[in-house]
Design a protein around this ligand. Structure first.
Ligand code: ZN
Length: 454
């Protein structure tokens, strides 16, 4: 064992201890230190028996949480980085935290979420047994460029020996990793009602022959059944497919290679049903018994910072994470709120990507890349944009045809709570960026207090 590796491991473990003593989470720094001191640290660290990586544009955290949660309920010891960072430093931190002082894994399985753009830096040193990829969609333009760029990185980075579990309904994702022979697809049957047909498409012409693609149906963006009339390339037929969704009864069915599995709905957002189906496909492929998966889903909860609902007095308050810089995730969040079966909603939108304002050259082009048309839904009676970028959001909403009478704006994130008229509205929905969780929690508390006082 190399003294350099051992030194890096101990230094990183010590730094993690110190960071935690100061009450910080330290989800990235120990790993960065380890890699600085020993550049092939990740390669030298012994891996757990089974290594699962989860990647893709949207749903990585939710999917790796689902997989981890089921495995833990089944009695496995699992290493996981879902609460921390998903770039190289974060991956190293998660693995070293669960390693002994000689660099051996203490747990038998690791479920590691990997940022797709960091793939080259990660898969160069670690080779997963399984890779789940949820989707490849447009994302922050300045960071992730476009889907061809991300596809190229993924195809270059992943060794062909890895078993891949791919979203077959995603025309881009389902054709990734052409050299990986061991392939499993998940998806959703066309009979399931569509979310909505939105304007953005990340693939218009066939990457193989250049013919314009046609769609049998589109669930959203380029998710659906898409095919090329020129060469016949199409979305892949799923081995694991959601075949029925009963939103009222909170159940859904996944056909697992022909065998039906009835599961509790954790969250009925269509994107989350895809995440669940991807997790089920992976777990079944690992050989986890279906009955154990079913019973684990009965107790599963979605992380409350992603989605939460509380009642306060006569107010019903829903909070939903809405990731700024990410056009598809934001449009899906708008769409989900519009589809909630209650009338006269008051929607408070706090998408203020603070880190982008302060640590980066700020880009607002993603706002114009996002489909705001769901905000026209008649069930949404009031829209409040709060935060420094409120006027950009308002302009984009007007371009999408939203009634200007419905819109209020404020530069101050906290003042959003004051603009919510709790006498007029009972259904309050808050959409917030992941960088302002504390502010959003405070705003929700202010609104909840108003509700309780009435
Ligand atoms: Zn073609």
């Amino acid at each position: 064992m190399s003294p350099r590796f051992i030194f890096a491991l101990w230094a990183a473990k010590l730094s993690r201890l110190v960071i935690r003593l100061f009450g910080r989470d330290g989800s990235c720094v120990p790993g960065i230190i380890a890699v600085k001191l020993c550049p092939d640290f990740l390669a030298r660290l012994k891996k757990p028996e089974t290594l699962i990586c989860v990647t893709g544009t949207n749903g990585k955290t939710t999917t790796s949480n689902l997989i981890t949660s089921v495995l833990r309920k089944c009695g496995y010891e699992v290493t996981n980085n879902s609460t921390g960072s998903n770039v190289q430093g974060g991956v190293a931190t998660a693995l070293l935290a669960d390693a002994t002082l000689t660099g051996k894994p203490k747990k038998s399985i690791a479920v590691i979420e990997v940022d797709e753009r960091s793939s080259l830096k990660v898969y160069r040193f670690i080779t997963p047994d399984y890779l789940v990829c949820n989707n490849i969609m447009r994302d922050s333009l300045k960071r992730n460029a476009h889907t061809d760029f991300i596809s190229y990185i993924l195809n270059t980075a992943l060794p062909p020996s890895v078993k891949v579990v791919l979203n077959g309904d995603d025309f881009i994702c389902s054709h990734l990793f052409p050299d990986n022979r061991d392939r499993v697809y998940f998806g959703m049957k066309s009979e399931i009602p569509e979310g909505s047909v939105l304007a953005s498409r990340d693939v218009v012409y066939c990457p193989e022959c250049g013919t314009r693609l046609t769609a049998d149906y589109v669930r959203f963006d380029h998710i659906g059944r898409i095919r090329c009339p020129g060469c016949g390339r199409s979305s892949e037929e799923p081995d694991y497919a959601v075949t029925a969704v009963d939103r009222e009864g909170r159940r859904f069915t996944v056909s697992c290679r022909g065998e039906e599995l009835d599961l509790r709905i954790v969250n009925d957002n269509i994107v989350n049903l895809y995440n669940c189906c991807g997790a089920v496909a992976l777990l079944c492929e690992m050989g986890i018994e279906k009955e154990k998966i079913r019973s684990a889903f009965e107790e599963m909860k979605i992380v409350s910072s992603r989605y939460d609902h509380i009642d306060s007095g006569k107010l019903s308050i829903t909070t939903q994470l809405s990731k700024g810089q990410n056009p598809v995730a934001t449009a899906r969040a708008f769409n989900y709120i519009a589809s909630l079966p209650v009338e006269k909603k008051c929607l408070l939108i706090m998408i203020d990507d603070k880190s982008d304002n302060t640590k980066n050259s700020e880009s607002v082009c993603w706002i114009y890349d996002t489909d705001y048309s769901a905000l026209r839904d008649p069930s949404i009676d009031r829209i409040i944009f709060a935060g420094k970028r409120c006027r950009d959001h308002r302009l984009r909403a007007l371009m999408a045809g939203v009634d200007p009478e419905k819109i209020l704006t404020t530069d101050d994130l906290f003042a959003g709570a004051e603009l919510v008229d709790c006498e007029k509205y009972e259904n309050i929905c808050i959409l917030n960026d992941p960088y302002i969780l504390k502010e959003a929690a405070q705003v929700r508390e202010t609104i909840a207090k108003k509700g309780a006082a009435e």
